[in-house]
Design a protein around this ligand. Structure first.
Ligand SMILES: Nc1ncnc2c1ncn2[C@@H]1O[C@H](COP(=O)(O)OP(=O)(O)OP(=O)(O)O)[C@@H](O)[C@H]1O
Ligand SMILES: [Mg+2]
Length: 304
């Protein structure tokens, strides 16, 4: 098998999301009826992989699911051409699942079952993904497992784009964050994650993070994004969606659009515009990957 047959190797969750509407959130020792339930494909790994592949990026996905992993989810990967050799169905586990109950006032209770992703520390290293890809994206999942992945990727000289997402707040310690940051080429964060990253590092200026990574990408919701290197500060506005239906998955779509640009040797500025354009599609539909835009569609919307 030739080296670098894929562009990006994506590590992160592959999970099912059940969104349930209830009239009233249940008290302990009671049950309640679901008025309406929707099932979505989700997880940061699945989101970035499906979106990137749909935009023509050769992507390999490395993650752990259960032996119950459903056929329609598998089909979504094969239909977009995601390389799933390292998407492993682990014996004795159910697929990671997030169940969210919402009442009419939008109060929520979420129950996340990590399945095999909660116990991945000692699982085998996804060597096909590391070896077959030019760059490595590290999303959600256990830091101790990712330390092993990042060290193996570094030994092969593969640049690492680190994207711990919301798990930065509760799965990381300052020590392991600093360690993984030093193994990385780039860091992706939103504003809250930036604040936590700076707190862990005891920094008062975000530019100090550039002593550890060459590239820092900060997304700012409807205010767009900022791309920083030691020599450049690039500010990218948000690209307007046709309508705002559900912002979940905007962050993952931004990363996929960014990689769609990188894989075609676009400039950082162009990658930011492509990320913003991809995010605008994710916002227009329910569920993080309810709409998979093509390269032509994001190119048109990015106005490049
Ligand atoms: N309301 C919006 N309108 C247009 N673009 C948006 C909007 N919200 C987000 N975006 C786009 O999506 C990108 C990522 O959004 P954001 O910073 O909210 O990520 P996030 O907090 O990681 O989101 P999530 O984890 O829920 O996907 C932004 O940089 C922007 O380009
Ligand atoms: Mg996010």
């Amino acid at each position: 098998m030739s080296q670098s047959e894929n562009f990006v190797g994506i590590f992160g969750h592959v999970n099912l999301d059940y969104i349930m509407d209830v009239k009233k959130l249940p008290e302990p020792n009671t049950s309640c009826q679901v008025e309406n339930v929707k099932r979505f494909f989700g997880g940061t790994g699945a989101n970035v992989a499906l979106m990137a592949a749909s935009m023509g990026v050769k992507a390999s996905l490395a993650s752990f699911v259960g032996t119950d992993f459903p056929k329609d989810f598998k089909d979504a990967f094969s239909n977009t051409g995601v390389d799933t050799q390292d998407l492993l169905e682990m014996d004795g586990f159910l697929t990671p699942t997030c169940r969210i109950m919402t009442d009419p006032e939008n109060n929520q209770i979420g129950i996340m079952d990590q399945g095999p992703m909660g116990e991945m520390d000692d699982f085998p290293i996804a060597s096909h993904t590391i070896e077959s890809c030019q760059i490595i994206h590290i999303g959600t999942g256990r830091p101790a497992y990712y330390r092993r992945i990042m060290q193996a990727a570094r030994e092969l000289g593969k640049p690492i784009y680190f994207d711990p997402a919301q798990e930065l707040h509760y799965l990381y310690t300052p020590e392991i964050f600093a360690e993984l940051l030093d193994l990385s080429h780039a860091l992706f964060v939103n504003q809250n994650e930036l604040a936590t990253a700076m707190k862990y590092m005891n920094y008062s200026d975000k530019m100090q993070l550039l002593e550890h990574v060459e590239l820092l990408v900060i997304t700012l919701g409807k205010d767009g994004s900022q791309i920083l290197t030691k020599s450049e500060e690039i500010n990218i506005p948000a690209v307007a969606p046709k309508e705002v239906i559900d912002p979940t998955g905007a962050g993952d779509a931004y990363r996929a659009g960014f990689y769609a640009g990188l894989s075609r040797n676009k400039t950082l500025d162009e990658c930011g515009w492509l990320g913003a354009a991809a995010a605008s599609f994710a916002i227009e539909v329910s569920g993080p990957v309810g709409k998979l835009p093509t390269w032509d569609e994001i190119l048109e919307r990015s106005k490049l």
